[in-house]
Design a binder for this molecule. Structure first.
Ligand SMILES: Cc1cc2nc3c(=O)[nH]c(=O)nc-3n(C[C@H](O)[C@H](O)[C@H](O)COP(=O)(O)OP(=O)(O)OC[C@H]3O[C@@H](n4cnc5c(N)ncnc54)[C@H](O)[C@@H]3O)c2cc1C
Length: 175
């Protein structure tokens, strides 16, 4: 790899999380997000297992806890509101069906963005329109017409990613 820089497509959860780790290992990350600003929609996300370990090793667990929903647990009641069963969020070491570290997706995304912002280049309202891997670098054209070269391109643009199809689209002239 001749270029020590990386382009990440998508400012959701995976994009800024990867920017964090690349930054720690001395790579300059650029994150392109097609919406004009970080997306603030979404419901709650439970952090347990690998997600919690990841937050801890990133040094973010305390910040995430400060923004947690602090859900106490779940209680099943009958028609007269009498409690029939309950499960506290602290059960199973806080990592059971109701995790003790639950956060709104928008808060999780924003915290990751704010943590990485000082050492990461964010391009909002931008996306890749052309992608060509030369073997030594990846040549990228952005929606605004700018051409740039990166050592690595990572598609972190969600479950409905269309970036993963781009090299084939370029090859078939459909970019
Ligand atoms: C608005 C939203 C709300 C969600 N709400 C919930 C929820 O409530 N509960 C839950 O469990 N999961 C939710 N999810 C899904 C959850 O965030 C993901 O499954 C998981 O967190 C993985 O995140 P990700 O970073 O891989 O992708 P995502 O969080 O989906 O982020 C992908 C990002 O890539 C951007 N993007 C897409 N295509 C391009 C492109 N071509 N160029 C540039 N950028 C692009 C999107 O705008 C988005 O910001 C939501 C996702 C989104 C986008």
């Amino acid at each position: 790899m001749t270029h020590r820089n990386a382009l990440i497509e998508g400012t959701g959860i995976a994009g800024p999380a990867l920017a964090h780790w690349l930054g720690r290992h001395g790579m300059q990350a650029t994150v392109a997000e097609r919406t004009p600003a970080p997306r603030e929609r979404g419901q709650t996300v439970d952090l347990r297992g690998a997600g919690r370990d990841g937050a801890r090793t990133m040094g973010l667990e305390r910040t995430l806890r400060a923004h947690a929903t602090r859900e106490e647990g779940i209680r099943f009641v009958d028609a007269a509101n009498r409690s029939k069963a309950s499960l506290a969020s602290g059960a199973f070491g806080g990592q059971g069906p109701i995790a003790d570290l639950e956060i709104l997706r928008a808060d999780l995304s924003r915290i990751l963005y704010e943590e990485t912002h000082p050492h990461t280049e964010y391009l909002f309202g931008e996306e890749i329109t052309r992608l060509s891997d030369t073997g030594k670098r990846v040549d990228v054209t952005f929606r605004n017409g700018t051409d740039r070269a990166f050592g690595l391109v990572v598609a972190a643009d969600g479950a409905r990613s269309d970036t993963r199809d781009r090299p084939r689209k370029v090859g078939s002239g459909r970019s």
